[in-house]
Ligand binder design. Structure first.
Ligand SMILES: [Zn+2]
Length: 347
């Protein structure tokens, strides 16, 4: 469906039509927030992983390995952004989120009301869209002789368009209805010298994000209208302590599985009246249910296995554990009696 770009009375792009989004943002190098052309104003580009996180966890000179195997220094991992939008992103999102997330877990919980959790949800949409905008500058095949285009050409960008609308909602003033927010959880994590303090993962088809920052981890589904929380809530209530990386990946895998298997998907729309009042509205099915078992895409265990295989060390070559995980016979969250496995308590 072709949609038109809408510009407000101040000349700002309120809404990017899909074609415009694809041309200037997904495949172009305009500012990913305001849409300014590269030479029209000063640009200083925006870190994909926020700068305060890079500093806090000493990541500036470390490398991130992208899905195509390219290694990138975190400090140089940036997307096109004008100076003005870059500093407003800093003030709007990064400063308050940094101030909150650097506090002890108990204090975070006290301050984390519904408004703040929704604010963090929008911030995760921002990180997710930046991650995938970045892919466009990287050849899909590292061998430049193979003309397979860019990674972004392989993405269904239409789905990204909605997430982009949320990511720039601070700029457009878009109000979001209740279901435009997906599922999001914040959980405490185990910190240990053998565990890196920082981890970021996302799953593009499932639109799931996981961000682990020292003592806390945030996991979200960006476009499920909250269905994941609904399905997974009773499981979450049984979690009684800080989590290890495999336990977090187990939750992440469940989230991915749920969003990949929603039988009727929510629909999101941008509703703009008088070129100024912008609302992101959702249409949700009356009943939320998953595909029946024979039609399901993958399984939580299969997804978890894939993530464990990507880690180094214990799991990588432990075929017996990997098989057990894949079959769903083995997990890290609960023991055979269904009780939460608290690794901190076992030490
Ligand atoms: Zn800009």
């Amino acid at each position: 469906m072709k949609t038109e770009t809408i510009i407000n009375n101040q000349g700002e792009i309120l809404f990017f039509g899909l074609e415009h989004f694809l041309e200037d943002i997904a495949n172009g190098d305009c500012c990913f927030i305001c849409g300014a052309k590269p030479n029209s104003k000063p640009f200083n580009d925006e870190h994909v992983i926020p700068d305060w996180i890079l500093r806090k966890f000493n990541l500036h000179t470390k490398f991130i390995t992208l899905p195509n195997g390219t290694r990138f220094k975190y400090g140089q991992y940036k997307v096109p952004c004008c100076k003005e939008c870059n500093s407003s992103l800093g003030k709007y999102y990064e400063e308050p989120i940094r101030d909150l997330l650097c506090k002890p877990y108990e204090e975070i919980l006290k301050e984390l009301d519904d408004d703040f959790i929704r604010f963090i949800f929008k911030w995760l949409c921002l990180i997710f869209i930046k991650t995938h905008l970045k892919d466009k500058s990287l050849l899909y095949e590292r061998d430049r002789r193979i003309d397979t285009g860019y990674i972004s050409n392989h993405y269904p960008w239409e789905d990204m368009h909605h997430i982009h609308c949320i990511a720039r909602s601070h700029y457009t003033g878009a109000k979001m209805d209740q279901y435009s927010f997906g599922s999001i959880i914040v959980v405490p994590t185990i910190q240990h010298e053998s565990i890196e303090d920082f981890d970021y993962m996302d799953n593009e088809p499932a639109k799931c994000v996981m961000l682990r920052l020292g003592h806390i981890c945030i996991i979200a589904i960006l476009d499920d209208a909250g269905a994941g929380s609904g399905f997974f809530n009773s499981t979450l209530n049984r979690i009684k302590g800080p989590l290890t990386p495999p336990q977090l990946k187990e939750i992440f895998s469940h989230f991915c599985f749920i969003n990949l298997n929603l039988k009727v998907r929510p629909i999101f729309r941008s509703k703009i009246t008088n070129k100024e009042n912008y609302e992101i509205v959702s249409e949700i099915p009356d009943l939320v249910f998953l595909f029946k078992e024979t039609e399901q895409i993958s399984s939580p265990g299969e997804i978890l296995r894939k993530y464990l295989e990507q880690t180094t060390g214990y799991f990588k070559d432990n075929t017996e554990v990997l098989k057990g995980v894949e079959d769903g016979r083995m997990g890290f969250l609960f023991d055979e009696n269904g009780d939460f496995i608290n690794y901190l308590a076992d030490e």
